[in-house]
Design a binder for this molecule. Structure first.
Ligand code: AMP
Length: 314
């Protein structure tokens, strides 16, 4: 089942305490497309400038990403710069956001893209996300949405509208609190879900994710890694595993959401092991399945049997 993604394609400049990289291939739609290309056909709609390198289009094409919706416009490609300070790389500061061609971006979907059964509205201006929803010929089976503080602060009304139309919403812990104007995360989650989404994925960086769906909450840890190179794109790569699982299996049961969350965590954990999409490009299906198994081991423990007592051993 084809997944349509509309989002940013960018050149990022990243600083971490250990290293830095200038103008590396980034953007929400880039991470998502490269990640999900392992699991489902993906069609990308985004804007690039005159400076966007042909080899990067080729890279996407080589992963099977449909790049016919990549619009090249006059001007420079969207640029973002961020810095991570602490050794665990859990907090970051945006140093610079240059919208460039993104400022005038007007997504235009082909007839085929308008019929996509799965839609991921990656982190872009919520007004553009609404415009994409309007262009869909029929409501997709699954509309998933990501956003960030930049838009929560700047375009709240439009964001409220698009959230009301989403099935699955991805947000960072801090963003969820800000968006709901509520300090307690569980209460914030309830308030956000009352706005429309049937599932809410709260990303907690190195602390994993919480998936709220219906009355249930599922928690998946982040995979313990001894060396994190660059957390940029982990959220979008998480979304690629999450939606990739659902698109590949069609499973939208609570059990399916749990597996989707673990596959998301697996993909996110690979993403942070190198800059840009570099690590994702090296992965075999075996690598992905091995880490999925390692996740089961990480969280498995003997359940308490019916009628059993916790502290008695025989
Ligand atoms: P993540 O680390 O998952 O939040 O995603 C980081 C990616 O989001 C980077 O590659 C940036 O190019 C991209 N990005 C940063 N700010 C924005 C923005 N305001 N709109 C769209 N994409 C952005």
């Amino acid at each position: 089942m084809t997944v349509l993604v509309v989002g940013s394609v960018a050149y990022d400049t990243i600083k971490t305490p250990a290293a830095s990289r200038e103008d590396s291939l980034g953007g929400s739609a880039t991470y998502f497309s490269v990640g999900i290309s392992r699991f489902a056909p993906v069609s990308l709609v985004a804007v690039i400038g005159e400076d966007f390198q042909e080899r990067h289009i080729e890279l996407l094409r080589s992963r099977g990403v449909d790049v016919s919706g990549l619009q090249r416009e006059q001007g420079k490609t969207f640029r973002w710069a961020g810095e991570y300070f602490s050794a665990d790389l859990n907090s970051r500061t945006t140093l610079d956001t240059q919208l460039n061609v993104f400022a005038e971006f007007s997504p235009s979907l082909s007839a085929e893209q308008r019929r996509s059964p799965y839609l991921f509205l990656a982190n872009i201006d919520p007004e553009l996300q609404l415009d994409v929803l309007d262009q869909m010929e029929r409501r997709p089976d699954l509309v998933a949405l990501d956003s960030m503080n930049f838009w929560i602060d700047g375009k709240r009304d439009a964001l409220n509208k698009v959230v009301a139309n989403a099935d699955v919403l991805f947000m960072d812990e801090g963003e969820a609190r800000d968006f709901a104007c509520e300090g307690n995360l569980v209460t914030a989650a309830r308030k956000i879900m009352a706005m429309g989404p049937s599932a809410l994925v709260i990303k907690q960086g190195a602390h994993g994710v919480l998936v709220f769906s219906g009355d249930t909450v599922f928690s998946a840890p982040a995979f313990p890694l001894d060396h994190v190179v660059d957390p940029t794109g982990a959220g979008d790569t998480f979304a690629s595993g999450f939606i990739g699982y659902i698109a590949a299996t069609g499973d939208k049961t609570p059990e399916g959401y749990r597996r989707a969350a673990v596959l998301g965590s697996v993909m996110g954990s690979f993403c942070v092991q190198d800059f840009s999409v570099d690590k994702l490009l090296t992965l075999s299906m075996q690598d992905i399945e091995d880490r999925f198994r390692a996740f089961s081991q990480l969280t498995a423990f003997a359940p308490l049997q019916d009628g059993g007592s916790l502290l008695t051993r025989n």
